[in-house]
Ligand binder design. Structure first.
Ligand code: SAM
Length: 612
């Protein structure tokens, strides 16, 4: 439950153009469920406790926050931290779930033997399976209501001279532009940047889509815009053609007019325009990763050294990485564990100093909300997603019970933060709307189950149900976290600690992950149905399922301090304390001080900590 709600100080901007076919209530674009957003804005930004889970490198103000954009904004506001530049690349409402490939690593016991043979293996040939990173399937209404709240919260933490860049595409970008007019003011809209990318295309029934849209607003007229810093590089061909330089250093060529006269034609290349032609990132860490060159142009143009650059949907951490390289401070936020680990490792390699904070909002049940939702159906006893006719999509599924018959079950959609808290508004929808839809079942539905991850006040909700439920249908409330706590089985490690001269040596003897085993079994079962299926086999000691190992020789509990660490990449090569090598892992990690704790991350990102 949020510790409290932090009021919004800013109000949506007044006096915006109103489109004829969109009417507004409460100064919001009028979409379904608008009134709920309005109520949430009035209530404030939910503020949850944050725990420091790790500190890396020298003390600094740089932050990596695992949690939702809203929670990160509540924290920054509470701490009085203002940011100077925001770049966000949120889900695009693309109608797809995003997955990442999880690669099986080399088993240290076999590594030496296979080193030679496998050095040239292409990535495609490495054994791998897919894991969902985040979901991007929304109704337009849900998306816009969610985005409105996020933009309002972000505005609360922007400095008076800050800029914001919102990166979207054709799916929903034009609607968000209108939301942004309302949140930031039409007069603060500076430009629409087109990121033009390249690459093959398969469509022949439409113009191939080769650009994204980035909406650029500033908080006020008093903005930072470094024109010189964003001049684009001259391209070589143009330089050859424009071979003369005038007294001010500008390139030109002599142009012969039809009438035989000559004039100077100046070269335009080099002048920044809102079209950014930048190739997509090669070898990305993340499916939706944006190129460093794109962020470089934005960060150089709209911030100065030492300023704070924030990305609340940070993904692979490209914004944080480039900000750090350009001597800015960074704040990276994301809900997915894989994002946090990727940016942590990336910034460690860059020798940055930062703290990692985790929002205690009860949402971090599995690696990310999408995977949690996928799991839920299998975790709740007897729950089936197949629903009899007449039970609408509000209900996640049904339980069939010998006493009660069909029990519709509601689960909060963990991918949408606005659905997380069971409050009076949410329960009112159940009591005064949804259970009345069962009237036509003539008494067949006797009970419904409402799961919650977060509840404002259990007694108040129960009282509300008692006083307002005019049907004979019983409403049972259940805590979702208890279901999950019970079922998640932690990974298991067998290790030994030895002193070897001046070094302490931790040897990993075996590793077992029930979660990965289930996933690999699932993968193999699918392969079995294919004519040429390729199976994944895991050795008895399971060391090929480890991605990262760290020793904390400083703290026995609380925030992690990595005094020695090894990361194993897709090809099996290790980085030692953030420095890449061409060695394979030998199953051992050493430290000069006595280790107090051992942390192991498996290839899908689950972490386990052992006391040494
Ligand atoms: C398109 S990706 C960002 C990619 C990033 N710009 C990069 O270059 O790697 C969107 C990210 O938003 C995260 N996300 C989705 N909903 C979120 C929320 N409510 N708060 C914070 N992060 C969220 C997802 O986990 C995902 O990593």
């Amino acid at each position: 439950m949020p510790i409290r709600y932090i009021p919004y100080d800013k109000v949506p901007v007044k006096g915006q153009a109103i489109l004829n076919n969109i009417t507004r209530t409460q100064r919001l674009l009028s979409y379904k469920d608008n009134d709920k957003v309005y109520e949430r804005i009035i209530r404030g930004i939910p503020y949850y406790e944050l725990n420091e889970i790790e500190r890396v490198g020298e003390a600094s103000e740089n932050l990596i926050i695992r949690g939702e954009c809203l929670s990160a904004c509540a924290y920054l506001k509470e701490q009085g931290i203002k940011v100077d530049l925001v770049y966000i690349d949120p889900p695009f409402a693309s109608g797809a779930d995003y997955a990442k490939k999880v690669y099986i690593r080399k088993n240290p016991k076999l590594a030496k033997k296979i080193k030679k043979a496998e050095e040239k293996l292409e990535l495609d040939e490495l054994a791998s399976f897919e894991e969902k990173m985040y979901g991007d399937i929304w109704s337009k209404e849900d998306y816009l209501n969610w985005m409105y709240e996020n933009l309002m919260a972000i505005k609360e933490v922007m400095s008076d001279t800050a800029s914001i860049y919102v990166h979207l595409d054709w799916h929903i970008g034009h609607y968000v532009k209108i939301l942004m007019d309302e949140v930031f003011g039409e007069e603060n809209f500076r430009n629409e940047i087109v990121w033009k990318y390249f690459g093959p295309t398969s469509t022949k029934v439409n113009y191939p889509r080769k650009h994204d849209n980035i909406y650029y607003y500033t908080y006020s007229d008093e903005k930072i815009f470094n024109y010189e810093a964003c001049l684009v590089e001259y391209d070589e061909k143009a330089i050859r053609r424009y071979d003369k330089i005038d007294e001010d250093g500008r390139r030109y060529k002599i142009y012969n007019e039809k009438d035989g006269t000559q004039r100077r034609a100046y070269m335009n290349a080099g002048t920044p325009t809102e079209i950014f032609e930048i190739p997509a990132e090669q070898n990305p860490y993340y499916g939706t990763q944006k190129p460093q060159a794109l962020l470089e142009r934005i960060i150089k143009a709209s911030s100065n050294e030492k300023m704070i650059v924030a990305d609340f949907f940070g993904g692979s951490g490209v914004t944080a990485k480039v900000a750090n390289d350009l001597n800015r401070k960074f704040i990276h936020c994301d809900i997915g564990i894989n994002s946090i680990q990727t940016v942590r490792d990336r910034l460690k390699e860059s020798r940055a100093g930062f703290k990692i904070l985790e929002v205690q909002d009860g949402l971090n049940l599995f690696r990310n909300p999408t995977q949690t939702m996928d799991k839920l159906a299998s975790l709740i006893d007897g729950l089936s997603k197949e629903k009899p006719e007449g039970i609408n999509s509000f209900w996640f599924g049904v339980i069939t019970d010998s006493k009660y018959g069909t029990i519709p079950v509601y689960l909060p959609d963990l991918r949408d933060s606005t659905k997380k808290v069971l409050d009076i508004v949410a329960i009112n929808e159940v009591i005064n709307k949804e259970i009345h839809n069962f009237d036509s079942f003539s008494g067949e539905i006797k009970k419904v189950v409402i799961y919650y991850v977060d509840i404002i006040d259990l007694n108040e909700i129960k009282k509300f149900i008692k006083e307002n439920n005019e049907t004979l249908i019983e409403v049972e409330l259940r805590d979702l976290k208890q279901v999950l706590d019970f079922v998640v089985i932690d990974d298991k490690v067998d290790f030994s600690l030895n002193e070897n001269g001046l070094l302490y040596e931790v040897k990993i003897n075996s590793f077992y992950s029930d979660r990965l085993k289930q996933k690999i079994d699932e993968y193999n079962a699918k392969q079995a149905s294919k004519a040429k299926g390729s199976f994944i086999t895991i050795s008895d000691d399971g060391l090929e399922l480890i991605e990262y190992i760290s020793l904390d020789c400083t703290n026995e509990s609380g925030s992690w301090k990595s005094d020695s660490e090894i990361k194993i990449d897709k090809n099996g090569f290790i980085s030692v304390d953030g420095v890449k090598t061409k060695d394979f892992w030998d199953g051992v990690i050493t430290s000069t001080q006595k280790p107090k704790r051992l942390k192991i991350r498996n290839i899908a990102g689950d972490e386990i900590v052992y006391i040494c």
